[in-house]
Design a protein around this ligand. Structure first.
Ligand code: AQP
Length: 341
């Protein structure tokens, strides 16, 4: 378990995380990961990335990707990622990610990649390709290129993070100590927010049915409609039981995260509330909680955000280049151009 406590700037540990610009960001992404990103800025050297190289592993439209990269960056700023305290950039603008990914791929077993459940799910939906298969290796490189100690993610990323840990250990034992073995930071509540239409699957950007998710930029009436249509069960009691009552339990998780009250207290207070009223209560809490994010997003200027991202990429390149010098040396490459002789 990773403890995040206030530390002196000089001995701060590094956190890294990324988000794909593959569609609109939903409350699952926010509650499972982005809220922690914002919190961790205070005690850590925080590095956050729009992982656009990952986004091209499924069929996509380059024009739409260009827009959604920028919108994803804007949304990260709107939720509270602060470029004054965090390094924020587009993955494709820092070539060391791809370089380290290639190096790590040479110590990755095909068996490990074959076991990745997300590859199987995505390949079934979108078709397979080598990039999708080796996605977890690039994710490991994203983390290790900054020598990150911890990674705030939702629990759907646990299997990928295991591979990153394994590759760090494997590299260290084969070539000498280089990488910290990164810890996962996952919230106790909200690590997996479920689909509103099928509460046994996670809420996902790429689900074909938009009614399954609530987006951070949804209008209040859309949010109310989404919760009104949320699938619950045929009982009448509000009770926290993710196994037997996944729909109601998911709504309790969401309400807890948006109100700051415990799931137990909310379940107790709402024990005999009618499902319809309860869904309306959750919707209002979410409308209120997302309102400052919508306002902040609208106030951001595209050009200003592009400038922030360019500055972030330049800083991230410098930092990654510094880390890569010793990685290259360990692998037998000389970093100095023209020195091969
Ligand atoms: N339902 C979720 N509950 C909690 N956390 C979640 N995350 C994703 N879905 C949930 C976390 O959000 C971060 C960013 O996710 P990502 O963009 O890297 O891709 P993903 O995990 O594949 O997210 P999606 O929304 O399901 O996108 P698609 O449909 O494109 O695959 C990660 O930390 C993730 O754990």
């Amino acid at each position: 378990m990773f403890f995040f406590e206030e530390t002196k700037v000089s001995d701060r540990k590094t956190v890294f995380s990324g988000i794909q610009p593959t569609g609109d960001i939903h409350i699952g992404n926010y509650l499972g990961a982005l809220r922690n990103w914002v919190k961790l800025q205070d005690g850590f050297d925080a590095i956050y990335c729009v992982v656009d190289l990952h986004a091209i592993t499924v069929p996509y439209d380059p024009v739409a990707l260009h827009r959604s990269r920028l919108d994803t960056a804007k949304l990260l700023l709107a939720v509270g990622v602060d470029p004054g305290r965090s390094l924020l950039y587009f993955q494709s603008q820092v070539p060391q990610h791809a370089e380290l990914s290639w190096m790590l791929s040479t110590i990755t077993s095909l068996g490990a990649l074959n076991r990745m459940t997300q590859f199987k799910e995505k390949a079934n939906k979108a078709g397979e390709n080598l990039g999708l298969f080796s996605y977890p290796v690039l994710m490991a490189a994203d983390i290790l290129v900054h020598k990150a100690h911890a990674v705030p993610v939702g629990d759907d990323q646990t299997q990928h993070l295991e591979l990153a840990r394994d590759l760090a250990e494997r590299f260290n034992s084969r070539f000498g100590d280089e990488f910290p073995v990164p810890e996962q930071i996952t919230p106790d509540v909200g690590a997996r927010i479920m689909s509103l239409k099928d509460p046994t699957s996670k809420m996902s950007k790429s689900d074909d049915d938009v009614n399954t998710r609530v987006l951070l930029l949804d209008e209040p009436d859309t949010i109310r409609r989404r919760f009104k249509g949320a699938v619950t069960d045929s009982e009448t009691e509000i009770r926290y039981d993710p196994e037997k009552k996944p729909g109601v339990s998911n709504l309790l998780d969401i309400l807890s995260l948006f109100t700051g009250r415990s799931v137990d207290a909310l379940a107790q207070d709402n024990r005999s509330t009618q499902y319809g009223h309860f869904k309306a209560t959750v919707a209002e809490a979410v409308v209120e909680g997302l309102s400052p994010i919508r306002t902040a997003f609208k106030a951001l200027d595209d050009e200003e955000v592009s400038r922030i991202m360019v500055k972030g990429a330049l800083d991230a390149r410098m930092r990654a280049e510094g880390e890569m010098a010793s990685v290259r040396k360990k692998l037998g490459f000389d970093a100095r151009l023209g020195s091969e002789g």
